[in-house]
Design a protein around this ligand. Structure first.
Ligand code: SAM
Ligand code: SF4
Length: 335
């Protein structure tokens, strides 16, 4: 195996030796997690967003989106149905929709935690550190806050004027509060370079993340990036395999964006170092409107079917859908 400094990373990102990279990543996943794969069930409870990210179909200026906001009881019911179907982690995700008050989010978290023995992950965007602290105190376990790129200038451009350092500060606050924290990037944003991706990978690997999420960019027709070239799925696989090599114990999802390119995309991700899948358990009526990119949530089956299909996918690879919450192993295994 080439040494994994910046030059080595660039060598593998460019396809220098895929067989070696993927088999090493697979062996490392196996020694860190055995045959277990974690399922994280996502409830996408609102597609309303006050941001203008140039890459995302939910951006506020996109008037073609049919917007929805699920009610508090409906969100809890969806989470509980997923838990009863076997999910041990519930991810609450939305656009940056600040119409839900801190007390309402706290209520959702507390009621899910009271009724089921599950971990709750928040993926709610740029809410304040004080709000995240309040939700941690109600029992929320994890946060997912992607940097999307680790270059401050590119960040400002792709997120339409947002500030990279503020996002980083929030990420650090989440770690200080005590959350298990996930972050990541989008692979193949317009004008990306392999050198930038190598820098992203090194930057993320220095953050001591419990989860690293990286999926390919898929242009959405109703965004400023609609004419852009779709991210390269092979580079995306290589990125997550390299992330495994540099972060043996971090959770790394095979993102659903992979399946938009290749019906076997998530399977291949799991065979190349990933150990998590994140099926959407958003109610069928709303699911297709959580249209971050084309092809997202194109399968409309109910919650029970969604979980059992995810479990089948895992078993078909001779992996085991984990019965545990899949808490971070990173802290117990830092070398
Ligand atoms: N609003 C929150 C935020 O931005 O952190 C959470 C929801 S946002 C829809 C979840 C993730 O979708 C983002 O972190 C981004 O990585 C991903 N995403 C959005 N548009 C995408 C696209 N066109 N291709 C691939 N991933 C995309
Ligand atoms: Fe909103 Fe998140 Fe999409 Fe940006 S990525 S437009 S913050 S939902």
């Amino acid at each position: 195996m080439a040494v994994l400094g910046r030059d080595g990373i660039i060598y593998y990102l460019n396809g220098g030796n895929d067989d070696e990279l993927y088999s090493t990543a697979d062996n490392l996943r196996q020694s860190s997690f055995g045959q277990e794969v974690y399922l994280r069930a996502i409830v996408e409870f609102s597609n309303v967003c006050n941001k203008k990210c140039n890459y995302c179909g939910l951006r506020a200026p996109n008037s073609k989106v049919s917007r929805y906001r699920m009610g508090i009881d409906e969100i809890i019911e969806s989470a509980c149905m997923a838990a009863e179907a076997g999910a041990r982690t519930i991810v609450l995700q939305s656009g940056d929709d600040f119409s839900y008050s801190p007390a309402q989010i706290a209520d959702i978290i507390s009621r899910i935690k009271e009724s089921h023995d599950v971990a709750v992950t928040l993926s709610l965007g740029d809410r304040s550190a004080a709000e995240y602290k309040q939700w941690f105190n109600c029992g929320a376990d994890r946060c997912l806050l992607k940097l999307e790129t680790t270059d401050a200038d590119i960040y400002e451009k792709i997120r339409c004027g947002e500030n990279f350092h503020e996002r980083m500060e929030l990420l650090r606050s989440l770690q200080e509060i005590g959350y298990e924290v996930g972050s990541g990037i989008i692979v193949g944003l317009p004008d990306y370079t392999v050198e930038q991706l190598a820098d992203d990978l090194l930057f993320l690997s220095n953050l001591e993340l419990d989860m690293i999420a990286a999926g390919p960019f898929i242009p959405h027709p109703d965004t400023p990036y609609s004419p852009a070239v779709t991210g390269d799925i092979d580079i995306s696989f290589r990125f997550t395999a390299l992330a495994r090599l540099l972060n043996p114990f971090s959770n790394i999802p095979a993102t659903s964006a992979l399946d938009s390119f290749d019906s076997e995309g998530r399977k291949k991700g799991l065979q190349r170092g990933c150990n998590v899948i994140m099926p959407s358990v958003t109610p069928v009526g709303q699911r297709k409107d959580y249209n971050i990119y084309p092809g997202k949530n194109s399968v409309s089956v109910d919650v029970v079917d969604t979980i059992s299909r995810a479990e089948e996918l895992v078993r078909a690879l001779d992996f085991i859908p984990s019965a545990s919450k899949g808490s971070s192993r990173r802290m117990n295994n830092v070398q």
